[in-house]
Design a protein around this ligand. Structure first.
Ligand SMILES: Cc1cc2nc3c(=O)[nH]c(=O)nc-3n(C[C@H](O)[C@H](O)[C@H](O)COP(=O)(O)OP(=O)(O)OC[C@H]3O[C@@H](n4cnc5c(N)ncnc54)[C@H](O)[C@@H]3O)c2cc1C
Length: 436
């Protein structure tokens, strides 16, 4: 029996698309090669510690994510989450929440003055600049370089001199397009917010991300098929799609919620459009609080003038105390990325040793963990480098939505799960418009 839609991939990208389709009355089946849903966000629970290898927190409320997670039990992160740090030349500097962060002693006075001149810098409204170019032009070389480095590392584990500003941080570029300035645009948005509207805050599931994925898959009933590795996606003579795996499914629409390289392989493209990714390892260190004293806060990001291979460190036990037994500390360090791909060659033991030394140096205390764990993501986090928009355009030229093929997930139009929820909304709306 043909389905309306087959979604390939049961990570959050695919699950959100299926949820949106069901809300529109379309029958979707999600298939995944693994036995459990959730993709890269496969939570491990070890010795009472909750280890989230990919997404661990998300901002709520959010226009689409709030709906995608309706009925899921989420809790705000502990108030400490508002406190964030940046590591500059291995000194840890606390940042005030929001715009007051500009007063942090991480920039010389001249750089701050230059940043304040941002509204008077003439906008440039075309072209595909790198994040470094865009922010350097708007905020000045020093401040722009700092913001670009922490944004690129914090979201993509990426290189700000390679990421496309408009593909990686479209909301930022939009501010310049709308108001001619980031500051003016941000103020305009703030003023336009409905009175009393709650500010988005970091949230986490009361249980685990894997449990959230299980619940979303369970809501699909028969529409969730685990252990279904797809080997090919082929067009039928009557314009439908055949999804070939342990059995063959036929549908009018197919959503490839897998990364672009995999999607193109399944579609049988012999000359695929290249989409880069940056490999990362996630290293957790845990120990008794007195042997691993960590500051209260969300964590730190490595600034541009550091040689740290740990691009960011999340203070799990501080902002998410439910993830650890009491009396223990836990940090999650994101390692490698575009800046340090070579570090991935280290074995787990050597990697942990390096991160223990580095974290001790940054925190200014001896970190003495009695627990460590490593998860590697390969090929890794999608990198929306300059030209990403054109590459997506080429993908759509080869498989236009009118052919019944759509792409979803973190390889395309945003890597955070808020972006995935927004994208799922648009993908499902496009399919609903055509109909079953
Ligand atoms: C270290 C790290 C930290 C992160 N932190 C955050 C964060 O704090 N906040 C945030 O919002 N996001 C974060 N993210 C991003 C977030 O985790 C991802 O956006 C999201 O999990 C990706 O979901 P996806 O469905 O697009 O891809 P995936 O999770 O990769 O899902 C793809 C699915 O497709 C399946 N599949 C592949 N090939 C086939 C095939 N041939 N047949 C059948 N099935 C197939 C796979 O098994 C997999 O389940 C982080 C990511 C990483 C790596």
């Amino acid at each position: 029996m043909p389905f309306d839609v087959v979604v390939i991939g049961g990570g959050f990208g695919g699950l959100f698309v299926a949820g949106e389709l069901r809300r529109r009355g379309l029958e979707a089946v999600v298939v995944d090669r693994e036995d459990v849903p959730g993709g890269v966000a496969a939570t491990r629970v070890v010795d009472g510690q909750v280890l989230e290898p990919a997404v661990g927190t998300f901002l709520l409320p959010h226009p689409h994510l709030s709906r995608a997670l309706a009925g899921i039990d989420v809790v705000p992160a502990a108030p400490a989450a508002a406190r964030r740090y940046v590591s500059t030349r291995d000194r840890l500097v606390g940042l005030e929440p929001g715009p007051k962060a500009i007063f942090a002693p991480v920039l010389p006075f001249g750089a701050k003055l230059r940043m304040l001149a941002e509204p008077f810098i003439r906008p440039r409204l075309d072209g595909d600049e790198t994040l470094s170019e865009f922010l350097g032009r708007r905020l000045g070389r020093r401040a722009g370089g700092l913001v670009a480095a922490v944004a690129a590392r914090g979201v993509f584990a990426g290189d700000p001199a390679r990421l496309s500003a408009s593909s990686s941080f479209p909301a930022l570029v939009e501010l310049e397009r709308e108001a001619g300035s980031l500051l003016r645009g941000a103020l305009r948005r703030l003023r336009g917010r409905p009175k009393g509207a709650p500010r988005p805050r970091s949230h986490l599931p009361r249980t685990t991300m894997a449990d959230v994925a299980r619940r979303l898959a369970a809501e699909l009933g028969d529409g969730w098929r685990a252990g279904f590795p797809v080997v090919a996606v082929r067009r039928t003579d009557d314009g439908r799609w055949r999804v070939e795996g342990p059995e063959t499914l036929t549908a009018r629409h197919v959503v490839l919620a897998v990364t672009p390289d995999r999607a193109q392989a399944l579609l049988g493209d012999a000359d695929p459009v290249p989409f880069p990714a940056a490999p990362v390892a996630v290293v957790w260190l845990g120990g008794a609080v007195d042997r691993m004293p960590i500051p209260a806060g969300f964590g730190y990001l490595a600034g541009p003038d550091t040689d740290l291979v740990g691009l960011g460190c999340l203070f799990e036990s501080s902002y998410a105390p439910s993830r650890v037994p009491s009396g223990r500390s836990l940090v999650k360090v994101i390692v490698g990325g575009a800046a340090h791909p070579d570090v991935m060659e280290l074995g787990d033991e050597a990697l942990v040793e390096r991160i223990v030394a580095e974290t001790s140096r940054v925190l200014g205390v001896d970190v003495e963990p009695d627990f460590s764990q490593v998860v590697r993501h390969l090929p890794g986090i999608p990198q929306y480098e300059v030209g990403h928009g054109a590459r997506l355009g080429e993908l759509e030229r080869r498989w236009p939505p009118s052919s019944g093929v759509r792409f979803a997930g973190w390889g395309y139009r945003g890597v955070g799960i808020g972006h995935l929820a927004t994208d799922a909304h648009h993908v499902a709306a496009g399919i609903a418009e055509v109909g079953p």
